[in-house]
Design a protein around this ligand. Structure first.
Ligand SMILES: Cc1cc2nc3c(=O)[nH]c(=O)nc-3n(C[C@H](O)[C@H](O)[C@H](O)COP(=O)(O)OP(=O)(O)OC[C@H]3O[C@@H](n4cnc5c(N)ncnc54)[C@H](O)[C@@H]3O)c2cc1C
Length: 391
């Protein structure tokens, strides 16, 4: 493995005890098995469809849930947040429940996000709370809005309720001075997410970045979209805040495009995704006066590029308009080494009942089987640290 500025495993895993490190090693070894993950996740998805939740929960709680999630409740996550904070790494709270369909569930999610905002306002290691609009609003309504179809009277009523939830949360975040991330989701519901987020930014990002949209650079059209959204915000006089990601729904996007006979919106190669991601990254760093960016990636090359570009442009490592974020359980070598160097870094921490975060867990596992390399690297780094500690 080549030596890079991120290879210091002592810093990367200092927050893990010997026991925790070894446990992580065995879990990553399991996840690293492509066949097991493929069979396991498709079986889990089938069992969930059939209502057989319990065995899936039992199988996932001690394994991938313990690696990728903070706990059932916010309180369960406190020791982990404190531990990350000791090493200069912040936490982005993500109530991981998604794909819900009833008002009761949406209200519950909104309340959880509000509680997370209150928690963040009092905790210096939690500057940001994340939201997924499909946790607050029916997918079918978003799909219709995206396709510019008219909502039925019932849908319109539901939509108005959802807007109240969303605008209420944004106002609360602004009042408490906590940033709110809006995750990017499937391309066929993305337009209303972009529109709503843009409107919220207009209201709340006049002085500092409160509301962040997410741009998925695995989409062919997003590099152009990013520049144009930023230019519009600049003209309107507010900070365009954006989390840049590559994108998590590649297989789903390809399947739908094929089934419905339209051009797959996803880039034709990984290299194209990387090119657009790095172009977006450089563009963001060049425009930090009017743009705030969260560099959300596990890609070492992109992180190295960001560090180099910031050094070149003599941008302070703790500039309030740029920070790095990796998912909990992944790429600690980036988060903890970046924090050690003085950059702002965070872990994205989903929490919530195991049965409700299963779609997220399945995505994490599948992402690592369809995209080779990441887990191999994760395992290798843990292995190096175990050897270094001689345990
Ligand atoms: C903090 C954080 C927040 C996130 N929030 C979101 C979110 O809101 N919405 C969302 O969708 N995802 C989100 N993700 C997940 C993200 O989109 C990626 O799936 C994940 O981070 C892997 O990409 P990477 O940049 O880390 O690195 P890499 O491992 O270098 O890239 C893998 C990614 O490249 C792309 N890719 C792989 N193969 C190909 C190919 N053949 N052609 C084209 N593209 C390809 C895919 O996007 C794949 O996920 C988030 C990730 C992080 C770290």
């Amino acid at each position: 493995m080549p030596n890079t500025i991120f290879d210091n495993t002592e810093y990367a895993f200092a927050y893990r005890s010997d026991f925790e490190l070894k446990r992580a090693y065995y879990i990553f070894k399991l996840i690293n098995n492509n066949w097991l993950v493929k069979t396991g996740t498709s079986l889990a998805a089938k069992m969930m469809d059939m209502g057989l939740t319990l065995p899936v929960v039992i199988g996932m709680r001690p394994t991938i849930y313990s690696v990728f999630c903070g706990g059932d409740e916010l309180d369960d996550a406190i020791p982990i947040i404190k531990n990350f904070g000791k090493y200069g790494v912040d936490t982005v709270l993500d109530y991981g429940v998604e794909a819900k369909e009833t008002d009761e569930d949406f209200d519950k999610t909104a309340l959880e996000i509000k509680n997370a905002i209150n928690f963040a306002a009092k905790n210096k290691h939690v500057p940001i709370v994340c939201s997924k609009f499909t946790g607050l609003l029916k997918f079918a309504i978003l799909e219709k809005l995206h396709a510019q179809q008219t909502l039925s009277p019932t849908e319109e009523k539901d939509y108005q309720k959802a807007l109240k939830r969303i605008y209420g949360l944004a106002a609360h975040a602004a009042e408490k001075g906590v940033s709110l991330f809006v995750d990017a989701e499937e391309s066929w519901i993305q337009q209303p997410l972009d529109d709503l987020t843009f409107d919220l930014m207009k209201q709340y990002n006049t002085d500092k970045p409160i509301i962040y949209n997410t741009v998925q650079l695995y989409r062919k059209d997003r590099w152009t979209f990013l520049q144009s959204a930023h230019q519009q915000a600049k003209q309107a006089g507010f900070i365009y805040a954006v989390k840049i990601v590559r994108g998590a729904y590649m297989e789903k996007e390809a399947k739908r495009a094929e089934k419905m006979g339209y051009e797959n919106p996803i880039q034709t190669s990984k290299a194209n995704t990387d090119t657009d991601y790095n172009k977006a990254l450089e563009y963001a760093i060049e425009n930090l006066d009017t743009l705030a960016v969260c560099v959300a990636t596990h890609n070492e090359e992109s992180c190295r590029l960001a560090v180099e570009k910031m050094e070149q442009k003599k941008i302070a490592k703790d500039h309030p308009h740029i920070h790095f974020s990796q998912l909990m359980g992944m790429s600690d070598h980036l988060s903890f080494n970046l924090a050690k160097m003085g950059f702002k870094a965070s872990k994205y921490m989903p929490y919530g009942p195991v049965k409700d975060v299963i779609p997220y867990l399945i995505r994490r596992a599948q992402e690592n089987t369809s995209v080779s390399g990441q887990m191999g690297r994760e395992l290798q780094l843990i292995h190096n640290e175990i050897k270094r500690r001689k345990i």
